[in-house]
Design a protein around this ligand. Structure first.
Ligand SMILES: O=c1nc[nH]c2c1ncn2[C@H]1C[C@H](O)[C@@H](COP(=O)(O)OP(=O)(O)OP(=O)(O)O)O1
Ligand SMILES: [Mg+2]
Length: 197
């Protein structure tokens, strides 16, 4: 079986990628399986820029094909925030619950129809011997009035999917993997890169 390195320490992402890549005949390893203590400063102004930085840094360590994911939430009423700062929206310690509480506070007086949001995922694939590829996947929804559900990670409990009448955290992992920004990005990568899959 082919092995891919996923340049992330986020176990929520790792679980989703494990399933998404298993369907395609790959097994994955993440930064949590690699001994080195690697920290990457995500200082680019775009998801794509940060994803490339993560993937290219790790290719230097492993010599394997590396996939990196930089993702986040864009809220229309907040002019696209938290955007690339999603992970640290409520502070440097990266706390999902604090991020969700801050988001709900910011939208306290915003009506249902003005709570449009989208998840964005930039996937970068870096190779030891050719140029990095990047694709973007999105998933449209709204910010709920209160958190619901306990699957998934991050902003899933406050991300409401109108046609499912559920938050992302109320979906099973299989259901999320059919519609998520991450799944959509991977589908694009597969379409553009048939020979590699
Ligand atoms: O499917 C998702 N469901 C809910 N929330 C999500 C999702 N996808 C990204 N998010 C949120 C979590 C975090 O607040 C930020 C990602 O930040 P991001 O820097 O890409 O990831 P991270 O720092 O957790 O791990 P790493 O950089 O090691 O991959 O967007
Ligand atoms: Mg990060």
């Amino acid at each position: 079986m082919k092995t891919i390195i996923i340049a992330t320490k986020n176990e929520g992402k790792v679980a989703e990628f494990r399933a998404l890549f298993a369907e395609r005949g790959f097994q994955i390893r993440s930064l949590n399986d690699i001994d080195e203590d690697i920290s990457i400063i995500e200082d680019a102004s775009t998801f794509a820029g940060n994803a490339c930085k993560k993937a290219e840094t790790i290719v230097g360590y492993t010599g394997n094909v590396v996939v990196a994911d930089d993702s986040g939430l864009e809220v229309e009423a907040l002019d696209g925030k938290p955007g690339v700062y999603s992970a640290r929206y409520a502070g440097d310690e990266k706390n999902d619950q604090a991020n969700n509480q801050k988001l709900l506070r910011e939208l306290e007086n915003v009506s249902d129809e003005d709570r449009k949001a989208r998840f964005v995922c930039a996937l970068a694939v870096a190779f030891p011997d050719r140029e990095t590829e990047v694709v973007i996947g999105t998933c449209e929804g709204k910010i709920a009035q209160e958190p619901k559900g306990d699957h998934g990670f991050g902003y899933d409990p406050v991300f409401y999917l109108e046609d499912k009448h559920k938050t992302m955290a109320q979906l099973t992992s299989e259901e999320k993997n059919e519609i998520s920004h991450r799944a959509n990005a991977l589908k694009k990568l597969e379409e553009e890169w048939k020979e590699w899959f």
